[in-house]
Structure formats: C-alpha cells, structure tokens
Design a protein. Structure first.
Ligand code: SF4
Length: 81
C-alpha cells in the first residue's frame, strides 16, 4: 500500500501501513488525531494550534517504525528531507 498523506491546517501527516508495527505510540500519544475507530483514522485537523502542532510533531517523531512522517504543506515532502 502506498504512503498516504492526511492534510492538516498547519502540517500534514503521512502514513505507510506496510511499515506500521502497531505499537500504538501514536494512539496513546495523541488520541484526538490518531483514532483507529474513525475513518480516516489520522486527522491532523485536530492539531490546529501551534502548541498542538508541536505535540503532533513530537508524537510522529516517536513512531518507532517510520510509518508516520510530518509533511510540510505545499512541499509534498517529509519535513525530515
Ligand atoms: S506509532 Fe507508528 S508504528 Fe506505532 S501504531 Fe502508530 S503509526 Fe504504527
């Protein structure tokens, strides 16, 4: 499955299901953004302030598999590139 990007008001989040190890770091870290009972399960729209965006960056950075990445809007590229 290709990497998919979910758009948010400040940053976007991309996800590659093939890499996900289901460690749930994301779900525990920011359940308002990562909710597996919802479709789509990733909603960066829940991080609409600078503080919540920084929290989202930290949670994405703790993803142990690299399945999650931050994408800066307009670039289409991961922020880490
Ligand atoms: S933190 Fe990363 S590896 Fe863990 S469930 Fe979320 S996306 Fe998958």
């Amino acid at each position: 499955m290709p990497r998919r990007t979910s758009a948010g008001p400040i940053i976007d989040v991309s996800f590659d299901a093939d890499l996900c190890r289901h460690a749930a770091v994301c779900v525990r870290g920011m359940p308002e953004v990562f909710d597996v009972s919802r479709r789509p399960w990733i909603d960066p729209g829940q991080a609409a302030t600078e503080d919540s965006t920084q929290a989202l960056r930290r949670v994405v950075g703790r993803c142990p598999s690299g399945a999650l990445d931050v994408v800066e809007p307009g670039t289409g590229r991961p922020a880490s590139v």
